[in-house]
Ligand binder design. Structure first.
Ligand code: ATP
Length: 307
């Protein structure tokens, strides 16, 4: 039985007021099952990070609901509820160079959340927690007295992972965690994240701009275009039967390892003007079991014929 950990319903996130109001995310609908890796994929500026930040409470929402274990978490919360959510939901950032405080030791960086939420009974317990997690991510206890600049990009991302996991979260939002890393260490960091998921039963929201990166790690994928989630499906279903024309265009750009096929590949260009939503309005429709697409009635009829 799959259980939903996170549910996002008709979510809208806007910045600014009045004539300066900019709606970064609209009508977003998706859910994330406990224990799965769910990826949110779309081009730069499409609203992926904005959604991630709204789930951890860093961005306000202007409409809709975010539920965590069935309870609404956007909008007003008590101090205790906020603290509990900050511990349960942790984030790993894209650029480990920018996200670590250069003037703090690794020991302090990893311990910061523990200090903020007093998650240890004495100094001995804090040190034990930090030593355990630093070795779990493949670094050494003697690294704890050093500073971020003494580490490579891959090692810094390991520190970022340690800082998140020391909080014993249930849910981790990984915002492009490997895109700033050398190609040679990307697989190691992905494998490390996968290892923790297996051992700790973590649920991941993985944010990426490239479909080929998330194919091998995701259970399900959501595709976002200009703040609108246009398609959600299990990974292989999405790759085999992409329905929304934007998903089809993203897939047509995925590199093919065979040079001959790569040269013959036809790129599909997405034209958003092809949708006439003036009268027949779109909604998120489950077109096949577990496969959702943003479409109006006329499009659904056409997509069903094409399937
Ligand atoms: P990237 O892959 O580049 O990180 P993204 O898909 O994560 O892109 P977001 O960072 O979520 O995109 O940004 C979505 C849109 O919201 C962008 O147009 C961005 O300029 C805008 N935006 C994000 N944060 C703010 C803010 N604090 N104030 C105003 N606009 C913002």
């Amino acid at each position: 039985m799959t259980e939903k950990l996170v549910e996002v319903k008709d979510l809208e996130i806007s910045f600014g007021e009045g004539s300066k109001k900019f709606v970064a995310v609209k009508n977003a609908n998706f859910f994330i099952n406990k224990g799965e890796t769910f990826s949110l994929v779309g081009e730069s500026g499409s609203g992926k990070t904005t959604i991630g930040r709204a789930i951890i409470g860093l961005n306000d929402t202007s409409g809709g609901d975010i539920l965590y274990e069935g309870k609404k978490i956007n909008g007003k919360k008590s101090k205790e509820e906020s603290a509990e959510l900050i511990r349960k939901i942790q984030m790993i950032f894209q650029d480990p160079a920018a996200s670590l405080n250069e003037r703090a030791t690794i020991d302090y960086i990893i311990s910061e959340g523990l200090y903020n939420f007093k998650l240890f009974k004495d100094e001995e317990e804090r040190q034990a927690k930090v030593k355990e997690i630093i070795t779990e991510v493949g670094l050494l206890a003697e690294h704890l007295t050093r500073y971020p600049h003494e580490f490579s990009g891959g090692q810094r991302q390991r520190i970022g992972i340690a800082r998140a996991l020391v909080m014993k979260p249930d849910f981790v939002i990984a915002d492009e965690p490997i895109s700033a890393l050398d190609v040679s260490v990307r697989a190691q960091v992905l494998n490390l994240l996968k290892k923790f998921q297996r051992e700790l039963g973590l649920t991941y929201l993985f944010i990426a701009h490239d479909l080929s990166v998330v194919r091998f790690i995701s259970d399900r994928i959501a595709v976002i275009y200009k703040g609108v989630i246009v398609e959600v499906a299990e990974t292989e279903e999405l790759f085999n039967n992409p329905i929304h024309p934007y998903t089809q265009s993203l897939l047509s750009a995925v590199p093919i390892p065979d040079p001959l096929l790569e040269r013959q590949k036809v790129l599909k260009v997405y034209n958003p003007d092809q949708h006439d939503y003036s009268v027949d309005k779109p909604t998120m429709v489950e077109i096949r079991p577990g496969h959702f697409v943003w479409a109006n009635q006329a499009e659904i009829a056409r997509y069903k014929k094409e399937l």
